[in-house]
Design a protein around this ligand. Structure first.
Ligand SMILES: [Zn+2]
Ligand SMILES: [Zn+2]
Length: 264
């Protein structure tokens, strides 16, 4: 069954204005059986978005409208495609209580949600690791790339270990996002990926098989990359295809329709 399990919406401030229905229409045209909206959940109160535009996530006041539109589309497209609505939730070290409260308030969305690590807690504050190659390079020069990798591994291990019990989103988002700029900032990767995958396996997690990485200039593969994918398959960890579309045209990109890469 082909699904797109990682899709954004007009509620994303760094995305596009296209209505959610256009994403659904695109998914139908590709013959997908399901589409899951996973908008960036509002950042926890008290957490300052470290990116310059402060546009990493949807606004808290938009959550009801987002969920309502998801329900409306699920009804409207019943029998044609399964429309699900969840969130891409950030695992932010130090904001676990706030995150758990959000999940608890939105229990119905939890089974369709993804848990991702975009923010690292460093000595000088929080850092958004995937925002830009320039900022990543500058941070790597300041702290050493290895320190960034180690911080990512620590946070990822927290996220992979079912941190919120039954409220934990089942899917781990783009598990090796830390590699996004690796061609620009080459580094020896100190992360024990096998250990991360064992943790995911133990806790019954699914991996986001995220095709957004393919058109990233400094990366150029899906997440996880070929090595991690191979290991994940050895451990029989389930994979969920996702486009990370921030525009309707990107639904199903590289894994559905004309540009299918095959071998899924
Ligand atoms: Zn986004
Ligand atoms: Zn995403």
């Amino acid at each position: 069954m082909l699904t797109d399990g990682h899709v954004h919406s007009p509620f994303c401030p760094h995305g596009t204005d296209s209505p959610m229905e256009d994403y659904v229409k695109k998914a139908v045209s590709l013959g997908l059986e399901a589409i899951t909206f996973t908008e960036h959940a509002p950042l926890p109160a008290g957490f300052t978005d470290p990116v310059p535009e402060k546009d990493s996530a949807m606004r808290a006041e938009d959550v009801p409208a987002y969920l309502a539109e998801g329900r409306r589309l699920a009804q409207q497209y019943k029998g044609q495609i399964d429309v699900r609505t969840g969130f891409e939730v950030d695992y932010i070290e130090g904001f676990e209580k706030e995150t758990e409260a959000f999940l608890s308030a939105n229990k119905g969305a939890v089974p369709h949600s993804v848990l991702s690590v975009h923010f690292l807690k460093l000595e000088d504050g929080y850092f958004c690791l995937d925002y830009s190659a320039d900022l990543f390079e500058a941070k790597a020069e300041e702290f050493g790339a290895e320190a960034l990798y180690r911080s990512y591994e620590r946070t990822l291990r927290l996220a992979a270990g079912r941190p919120f019990g039954s409220l934990t989103p089942p899917v781990i988002g783009h598990v090796n996002l830390i590699h996004k700029f690796r061609k620009r900032v080459p580094a020896d990767d100190p992360i024990d990926w096998e250990a991360v995958l064992r943790l995911a396996k133990t806790h019954g997690r699914t991996l986001d098989y995220n095709f957004a990485g393919l058109n990233k200039a400094d990366y150029g593969e899906a997440y996880p990359d070929a090595d991690i994918l191979k290991a994940a398959r050895l451990y029989s960890i389930p994979l969920q295809t996702g486009s990370d579309a921030h525009h309707p045209d990107d639904v199903g990109r590289y894994f559905a329709g004309d540009d299918e890469l095959g071998k899924l």
